[in-house]
Design a protein. Sequence first.
Length: 312
Amino acid sequence: MKIQKLVTVIFCTIALCAVAAPGRTQALTTIHVTTVPIDAGAEVFYAKDMGFFTKAGLDVEIVAAPNGGAAAASVAGSAVEIGYADTISISSAFGRGVPFVIIAPAAVHVSSGPTTVLVVSANSPIRTAKDLNGKTIAGSGLGTISGYAPRAWIDKNGGDLSSVKFVELAFPAMQPALDAGRIDAAAIAEPFLTAARKTDRVLASPYDSVAKSFLVAAFFTMVPWAKEHPDVVNRFASAIHEAAVWANKNHQQSAEILLKYAKIDPSLVAQMTRSYYGERLTPSLLQPAIDVAARYSKFTPFKADDIIYKPR
């Protein structure tokens, strides 16, 4: 009898310990997230490597995307649950009826330190927006921020947008195409911009034609999925917020993680202009991108609050 009571006590103690420390035994929720492997889209890498996702009870599998448009297509097609994309791509899809909802901010454009600019070759005669008439400009996606911001800049500065040809190129392919003369200008983002600056010339900061400060990119999902998984959405947003706060203060350590995923020359990371990540999802920072998307994608503008997730 004494032995039986002892076994009972031990069993109950173990059971109570398990209840008292659910974090030790609770299985992680697996989700799939797609992002563009550039500095602006790197928060998921930081959250994964720094343990912020694990802390939030998430096992995140990251899938690389060439641009925001491809990420939007992956989320819309249910290939992944959550995506990172520029706010132009997200807004354009939403404006056409795709039920996207933004759940966390990513990079913010800061006029004093742009991380994407319009670049021409060093010996190019192009000096103004009018000089781009009849020329070819590359962006990472035709319907993305790197495709629409140059349009806004040309429009604001007297160029003839109808005569300009826009083509889609992956960021690593832009500088070689520019140097070979296959394109006349390119909207190049960090970390590839730092390499381009060494041999080519910055023509303009086209994002300033959207706004001096605005939300360039964000993490988003489908409305039905968000409604079915509010706890997962909240935990993901919390981990991204923690990654943003950490990355904004730890450029050297975050650079080491970026190198692991972006596969770039290590010497460039220390020199490049780093992204500033939004720490709050602010409607006023999102609205400029929506308005530019509406202008060039030809849909009726909507209020930023309409696409922002409301925590439950």
